[in-house]
Design a protein around this ligand. Structure first.
Ligand code: PMP
Length: 394
């Protein structure tokens, strides 16, 4: 059976990580991998997470099965984090939240659920988007179509092109949107654009599917949820996939959630039963640890405050780096978009050849598309990275 299989080429990000590790230069800089880094270049465990883990160790009484929906307490609290505590969809039984193995698990189970709703569902994704959206959604058998999102010359949202393309979508089609911190471009929708896209979705009978992988890392927990909350307020059906990988730093614990909002409580109940059955036939139930930690944090005023303070500092660090970086690059051209963008990523807008020179001559690593992880910069590395970019683009 196996002899007919061909070895697949290496994932470009893993290849880049390997090349970085093997580079002997001590002043090399990694702007490739998508994890948050602090000033020292580390991805530490958040102190609120460490405190919750210590508490958990002392209080956890069983490792018995948890069930396909995961922890009820986590689901309630994460629903409130997404929608705000008093949201009617949470209190009137229209929303279902289930714990999933990371944001990827949420995205894939949403796709499996959509397939159950309608086997020939089409989902529209932004160009560009996070590369893994395509296998996660397409692998479940959904038809994928693309809408233009980024104007490659200004590196800002090409909203007119986006809207006029989505005018072609048919009723029942699904539109995948990034809730905040668009990956890979950092170009987010503003409040007016969220309102306009909500109008279009309502008028055409489309279904919004929002990927919220970075809540709290754009402008703040509340601000970053503005699009999700608007759509949950105005539209009968909404799907949200959320991740605790970045905002709680729980990457390897595989902690995320999927929320379905239905038009009525009865439809919500039917949708939940279908989703739980799909989960059962895929991975049966999610891992417990990460969600138990998040639940302890969100349920304790003291830990929640500690977590929000740490997350706020991470968010501020990214905003400060954005401002300093765009200023330092100004002599090489207009890089002001870096300051306007949000979240961990931006494209520099330089060519693959320039990316290669940065890697080979300066030890600065980024994806060939010129996507950089802003959090990979620090006060110490920013001047020499800026100088190298000025040199290759001059
Ligand atoms: N969506 C987007 C846009 C992402 O960037 C990521 C993580 N890189 C995810 C979802 C999923 O994250 P995870 O499965 O690690 O929680």
């Amino acid at each position: 059976m196996f002899e007919q299989l061909k070895t697949l080429p290496q994932d470009p990000i893993l290849g880049l990580m390997k090349a970085f590790r093997e580079d002997p230069r001590t002043d090399k800089v990694d702007l490739g991998v998508g994890v948050y880094r602090d000033e020292a270049g580390q991805t530490p465990i958040m102190t609120a997470v460490q405190a919750a883990e210590r508490r958990l160790l002392g209080t956890e009484t069983t490792k018995a099965y948890i069930g396909p929906a995961g922890a009820e307490g986590f689901n309630q609290l994460i629903g409130q984090l997404m929608l705000g505590a008093g949201h009617s969809a949470l209190s009137d039984g229209r929303a279902t939240v289930v714990q999933t193995p990371g944001g990827c698990g949420a995205l894939r189970m949403a796709a499996e659920f959509l397939k159950l709703c309608r086997p020939d569902t089409t989902v529209w994704i932004s160009t560009p988007t996070w590369a893994n959206h395509i296998p996660l959604l397409g692998g479940a058998g959904l038809t994928i179509r693309e809408y233009p999102y980024l104007d490659r010359t200004t590196l800002s949202v090409d909203f007119d092109a986006m809207i006029s393309c989505l005018e072609q979508a048919d009723s029942g089609d699904v539109v995948l949107l990034h809730g905040c911190c668009h990956n890979p471009s950092g170009a987010d929708l503003d409040a007016d654009q969220w309102a306009a896209i909500t109008d279009l979705i309502e008028r055409k009978g489309l279904l919004p599917f929002i990927d919220m992988a970075y809540q709290g890392l754009g402008e703040g927990l509340e601000q970053d949820a503005q699009g999700v909350r608007l759509m949950a307020e105005r539209l009968p059906e909404v799907i949200v996939a959320s991740s605790c990988s970045k905002n709680f730093g729980l990457y390897r614990e595989r902690t995320g959630a999927l929320m379905l909002i239905a038009a009525t409580p009865a439809q919500g109940k039917a949708a939940a039963s279908q989703l739980l059955s799909a989960i059962r036939s895929h991975y049966s139930m999610p891992p417990s640890h990460g969600a138990a930690v998040v639940e302890l944090i969100l349920d304790s005023p003291e830990l929640a405050h500690q977590w929000q303070t740490e997350l706020g500092a991470m968010c501020d660090r990214i905003l400060d780096l954005r401002a300093a970086f765009s200023k330092a690059l100004a002599p090489a051209g207009d890089f002001s978009f870096i300051e306007r963008q949000r979240g961990m990523f931006s494209f520099l807008g330089i060519t693959p050849q320039q990316v290669q020179i940065l890697r080979e001559e300066f030890g600065i690593y980024m994806l060939d598309s010129s996507r950089i992880n802003i959090a990979g910069l620090s006060a110490a590395t920013l001047p020499c990275v800026s100088e190298a970019i000025r040199e290759v683009s001059g």
